[in-house]
Design a protein around this ligand. Structure first.
Ligand code: NG6
Ligand code: CA
Length: 515
C-alpha cells in the first residue's frame, strides 16, 4: 500500500515538474520600501545638481546621479500647509477652507475619513511612519490638548508611527510629539499655548530683545525659547522643549531608527517613511558641525545639514542592504525665501547664490519659484538615470502608488491626483496634461503656457522681499521661451488667456481635475 502511495506521489511530482503547459508562477517581487524626503522651503536653485554653484550638496547630487532628476516638478502650493495637505490627500488645498499656513494650535486639517497617502500604503500592507515637520494641525475642532493624547493626528490617516514637530520651528509649542504625546512632558508642568494674548510671565522677543541669540526681522517677536523668539505664546512643558541646534540630528536619528526597526527582513513587510525636515525653514539653527561651513550663514549651513540628513538616510538603507528595493523621492514643500523673519544674515551672505535658480518669485509667490521645486526619484535598476522634463506634481503620489499596488480610488478619493507612476519611474515622458498652482494667486500651466488669475493682493511682500506674481490684470507667460516669467503676453494671446481661464474655472467648479 505504502509503496503504491509513494509511486503515485513520485509520478505526481514528476508530472508537475515536467508539465510544459504553463511555467510555474514566479514569486511576486517584494514591494519596494518608499521614503519621501520632504525638505522645507528648499528652492529650485538651492542644490548643486540643480545648478547651484556657491554651495555643494554631495548627497543630494549622489541621489540625482543614481536616479531621475525632474526639471518640471511641482508642489501644489507656495506654502507648507496647503502643499502637504495636497500631497497627502490628492486634493488641491484651495478646495478646502482652513488649509492656509496653520497656526501652532490648529486642529487636524485632514479629516480622518479622507483616504490619504498613508492609508494607501497601509492598505498595501506597509509599515508606515512620519518623522519631522507636520504642520497639518492636531487634535479635535476644539484644538489640541498638549497634555493628553493628541487625536486625530497622523495615526488616524494611515501612519503607524509618528515623531513630529507639530507645526513649524518658529511656532509654539516648541516640543516634539511622539505617537500622539508630547515627548518628555512633566505632568506637573503642563503646557498652555496661545496665539492671541500673551500668557505667562516669561520674556518675549518684543519686550526683551536683549535676551535673543538671533533677533527677529519681522513677526516672530512672541515667546522666547532657547534664545529665539517665536510666533505665539506658551507656558509650561519646560522639560519637553526642543533645542533647535539638535532638531536636525534628532529627527534624522528617529528616521534612521524607524528604517532599522522596520527593516522588511525582520518585519516581513515593506515600509513607507515620510521624512520631513525642519531645514531649511526659519529659525535656521543647524547643528554645531555645520555652523560656518557654507560661508553663507545659517541658511547655507542649514542646506548642508539637510544634505547630511539625506546622506544618513541613504547610508542607512545601504548598510541594511535595502537600497536596491527602496524608492527615494527627494523634494520640497515650497520655494525659497531668504529673509523669512529672522536676522540670520541670509540676505547679507547670499553672494551670487540664486535660491530660485532661473525662476522668478519664491515662497508665497504665484510665480513659478514658489511651486516648481527640486524633485529626484531613485530606485536602482528600476528608475531611469538622468533627467526628465515631464510635468509632474506631488499631488500625484497617492494615485500613482494606489495604481502600483492595484488599489482603486473611489470617486471622491484624491480628486486631483493622476496616476503618473510611469513618469515618476522614467518609463514615460508624457507628463500631466496641466497643473494648478496656488501661491499668492491661483495659476494653471498647460503645454508650457502659464496663466495667473487676476489678483488685487500686493505685488511685493516687502518683509520677505518676494515678488508675489500678482497683478489685477490676467497674466500669461510662455514658459518654453520665458521660464523666468519676464514678459506678460496676455494681450498678445487673448485666446490662450480665455482658454486657460475657462479651463481653470471648470476645474474649480467641478471640484476635481481627474475623471
Ligand atoms: C509666515 C511666517 C514665516 C513662516 C511662514 C510659514 C511671519 C512674519 N512669517 O507667516 O516665518 O513661518 O508663515 O512657512 O510670521 S511654511 O513654510 O511653514 O509655510
Ligand atoms: Ca515650507
Amino acid at each position: 500500500m505504502k509503496l503504491i502511495q509513494l509511486s503515485i506521489l513520485i509520478l505526481f511530482a514528476f508530472t508537475l515538474t515536467n508539465c510544459n503547459s504553463k511555467p510555474a508562477p514566479q514569486a511576486e517581487a517584494p514591494k519596494p520600501n518608499v521614503v519621501i524626503i520632504y525638505i522645507d522651503d528648499l528652492g529650485y536653485g538651492d542644490v548643486s545638481c540643480y545648478g547651484a554653484t556657491e554651495i555643494t550638496t554631495p548627497n543630494v547630487d549622489k541621489l540625482a546621479g543614481t536616479g531621475l532628476l525632474f526639471t518640471d516638478a511641482h508642489c501644489s502650493s507656495a506654502t507648507c500647509t496647503p502643499s502637504r495637505f495636497s500631497m497627502l490627500s490628492g486634493k488641491y488645498a484651495f478646495r478646502q477652507k482652513g488649509t492656509g499656513v496653520a497656526r501652532g494650535d490648529a486642529s487636524m486639517i485632514i479629516d480622518p475619513d479622507t483616504r490619504t497617502l498613508g492609508d494607501i500604503f497601509k492598505e498595501a500592507g506597509y509599515n508606515t511612519g512620519v518623522v519631522g515637520k507636520w504642520h497639518l494641525g492636531l487634535g479635535p475642532k476644539e484644538g489640541p490638548d498638549w497634555n493628553g493624547y493628541l487625536s486625530p493626528g497622523p495615526q488616524d490617516i494611515g501612519f503607524d508611527y509618528s515623531f513630529l514637530i507639530p507645526a513649524t520651528g518658529d511656532r509654539v509649542p516648541c516640543v516634539y510629539v511622539e505617537n500622539g504625546r508630547v515627548l518628555g512632558l512633566d505632568p506637573a508642568d503642563p503646557i498652555a499655548v496661545s496665539f492671541g494674548k500673551k500668557i505667562g510671565n516669561e520674556p518675549t522677543g518684543k519686550e526683551n530683545p536683549e535676551l535673543l541669540k538671533m533677533n527677529y526681522s519681522h513677526g516672530h517677536n512672541n515667546k522666547i525659547i532657547n534664545g529665539i523668539s517665536r510666533i505665539g505664546f506658551m507656558t509650561g512643558g519646560k522639560s519637553a522643549r526642543w533645542v533647535d541646534e539638535y532638531i536636525g540630528e534628532s529627527i534624522t536619528q528617529k528616521a534612521l531608527g524607524f528604517i532599522e526597526k522596520n527593516d522588511p527582513k525582520v518585519s516581513g513587510k515593506p515600509f513607507f517613511l515620510y521624512f520631513s525636515t525642519q531645514d531649511i525653514h526659519v529659525p535656521r539653527v543647524p547643528g554645531p558641525s555645520f555652523v560656518g561651513k557654507s560661508g553663507m550663514g545659517p541658511r547655507g549651513d542649514a542646506i548642508l545639514e539637510m544634505d547630511w540628513s539625506t546622506g544618513e538616510i541613504m547610508k542607512k538603507l545601504e548598510n541594511l542592504g535595502l537600497t536596491d528595493n527602496t524608492i527615494i523621492i527627494f523634494t520640497s514643500d515650497n520655494g525659497p525665501v531668504v529673509d523669512d523673519g529672522y536676522q540670520d544674515q541670509a540676505v547679507e551672505l547670499l553672494g551670487k547664490h540664486k535660491p530660485a535658480g532661473p525662476l522668478r518669485g519664491g515662497k508665497y509667490s504665484a510665480f513659478d519659484a514658489g511651486t516648481r521645486i527640486p524633485f529626484i526619484v531613485t530606485w536602482p535598476g528600476k528608475v531611469a538615470v538622468g533627467k526628465s522634463d515631464a510635468l509632474v506634481s506631488q499631488i500625484d503620489f497617492i494615485h500613482s502608488f494606489a495604481k502600483m499596488f492595484g488599489l482603486n480610488l473611489a470617486e471622491n478619493d484624491a480628486p486631483d491626483s493622476f496616476d503618473m507612476m510611469d513618469v515618476i519611474l522614467g518609463k514615460s515622458k508624457k507628463g500631466r496634461d496641466h497643473v494648478i498652482e496656488y501661491g499668492a494667486a491661483i495659476s494653471i500651466i498647460k503645454d508650457n503656457w502659464k496663466y495667473i488669475e487676476p489678483s488685487n493682493r500686493p505685488k511685493m511682500n516687502k518683509s520677505t522681499n518676494t515678488e508675489m506674481g500678482t497683478d489685477p490684470k490676467p497674466q500669461l507667460y510662455n514658459l518654453s521661451i520665458d521660464l523666468g516669467e519676464t514678459k506678460n503676453v496676455a494681450s498678445e494671446f487673448p485666446e490662450k488667456v480665455k482658454e486657460l481661464q475657462e479651463l481653470l474655472q471648470k476645474y474649480k467648479d467641478s471640484g476635481r481635475t481627474r475623471d
